[in-house]
Design a protein around this ligand. Structure first.
Ligand code: PGA
Ligand code: ZN
Length: 427
């Protein structure tokens, strides 16, 4: 059996021009593979710690030389000689070495880069595509993409409070067709913005980032773009939101600056209910804030039978918080981000917990990304049914969609595109 022989670590850049970690694992048979980790902007307060140097003389304090040092001098000696096929044992070793609950010992960025480079090298050593190595023989599901085509909040420099306005091509017959239709809508949206003399520059996730008069206007624009591109809103293509509301929540209230209003949880739920009546709004992520647990329970009671309610900042891919939310019946879906928790094994456990409860799991990128495409293979392998990875623009976003096109092609008819059937948690 091949064994881990060497690790390389590099400080590279993410799509926002901030340092991030790249790790290469080399086996004693010469096989090697690399992984690169992403970085969020609207992070949940309970996420695993992303370690940065804090040395203001380099990258304004955002350097990750400590991460590189931790990989080379602490992790490498500890996992050298281990078999790459025992992912669980390697991740356990990484967790023990770190020794903290938040991965602040070594940094979640150091740990995740190693965890993912290990799974890549194991797959490569067996000559298997990554999705097949992780997923085994299950019928693979190509996920329904949720494309963030209009950016606001922390991902854009505008007055739009809500962070993400997404299109969800759940009515199309295959991933390839779903991506084509979505891309046509994206370009149509661009021409509509141009006609109205609105800016067509893009935000962090490749969606357009115009300043608009309120939080509803983007939904009107998306609805128009879908129709104008020749598709039926609510049949071919649906709408989804990620307001990332923790970002405008303080003192127990939601402060919508672009509407000059301050709302309670109940009023936020009224707002979403109103929008869902007018628009084919099928999914709302982080509609309420990360500490508004009571609000989430009310939200689910009111909208959970019609809308996929996705927890992100609330649960941070951590089974401890997912379990609590399941017990409260406080959502019906959970966002999955590898770097919120820090290892592949813990991420798979989170997905299993969510799915075994009949909820959906949405595998997600971060707003700061690289060309790494691990999440595409993961979404297929874990049969999550959903992926959220930005607009069909910007290299670090399209790399994930392109990887899914390759996987669908490779599986030639053996893969399932679930479409509306992916929404199992809306009853
Ligand atoms: P982030 O945003 O990567 O900036 O945290 C993504 C999200 O909130 O889903
Ligand atoms: Zn989110």
């Amino acid at each position: 059996m091949a064994k881990i022989e060497d690790l390389l670590a590099l400080e590279i850049l993410d799509s926002r021009g901030n340092p991030t970690a790249e790790v290469t694992v080399k086996l004693d048979n010469g096989v090697f593979a690399t992984a690169k980790v992403p970085s969020g902007a609207s992070t949940g307060e309970r996420e695993a710690l992303e370690l940065r140097d804090g040395d203001k003389k380099r990258y304004q304090g955002k350097g990750i030389l400590k991460v590189v040092d931790n990989v080379l001098n602490t992790i490498k000696p500890a996992i050298k000689g281990m078999e790459p096929f025992d992912q669980r044992a390697i991740d356990k070793r990484l967790i023990e070495l770190d020794g903290t609950e938040t991965k602040s010992g070594l940094g979640a960025n150091a740990i995740l880069a190693v965890s993912l480079a290990v799974v890549h090298v194991a797959a490569r050593a067996l000559n298997m595509p990554l999705y097949k190595y992780i997923g085994g023989v299950d019928t693979p599901t190509i996920p329904v993409p949720m494309l963030n085509v209009l950016n606001g909040g922390k991902h854009a420099d505008t007055n739009v409070d809500f962070q993400e306005y997404m299109i969800v091509p759940a009515g199309l017959p295959s991933f390839k067709e779903a991506l084509r239709a979505s891309t046509e809508v994206y370009h149509t949206l661009k021409s509509i913005l141009k006609e109205r003399s609105l800016t067509t520059s893009v935000g962090d996730e490749g969606g357009f980032a115009p300043s608009l008069k309120n939080n509803e206007e983007p939904l009107q624009l998306l609805f128009k773009a879908i129709e104008k591109a020749g598709y039926k809103p609510g049949k071919d293509i649906y709408l989804a939101l990620d307001p990332a509301s923790s970002e405008f929540y303080s003192d127990g209230k939601y402060h919508l600056k672009d509407e000059g209003r301050t709302l309670t949880s109940e009023q936020m739920i009224d707002l979403y209910e109103g929008l869902a009546r007018v628009y084919p709004l099928i999914s709302i992520e982080d509609g309420l804030a990360e500490n508004d647990w009571d609000g989430w329970v009310k939200l689910t009671k009111r909208l959970g039978s019609k809308v996929q309610l996705v927890a992100d900042d609330l649960t941070v891919t951590n089974t401890k918080y997912i379990k609590k939310l399941i017990e409260l019946d406080g959502a019906n879906s959970v966002l999955i981000k590898l770097n919120q928790i820090g290892t592949l094994t813990e991420t798979m456990e989170a997905i299993r917990m969510v799915k075994s409860n009949g909820w959906t799991a949405v595998v997600s990128h971060r707003s700061g990304e690289t060309d790494d495409t691990t999440i595409s293979d993961l979404a297929v392998a874990a049969n999550t049914g959903f992926i959220k990875t930005g607009a069909p623009a910007r290299g670090e976003r399209v790399s994930k969609y392109n990887r899914l096109l390759e996987i669908e092609y490779e599986l030639a008819g053996r893969a399932v595109y679930p479409g509306m059937q992916a929404f199992v948690s809306i009853k």
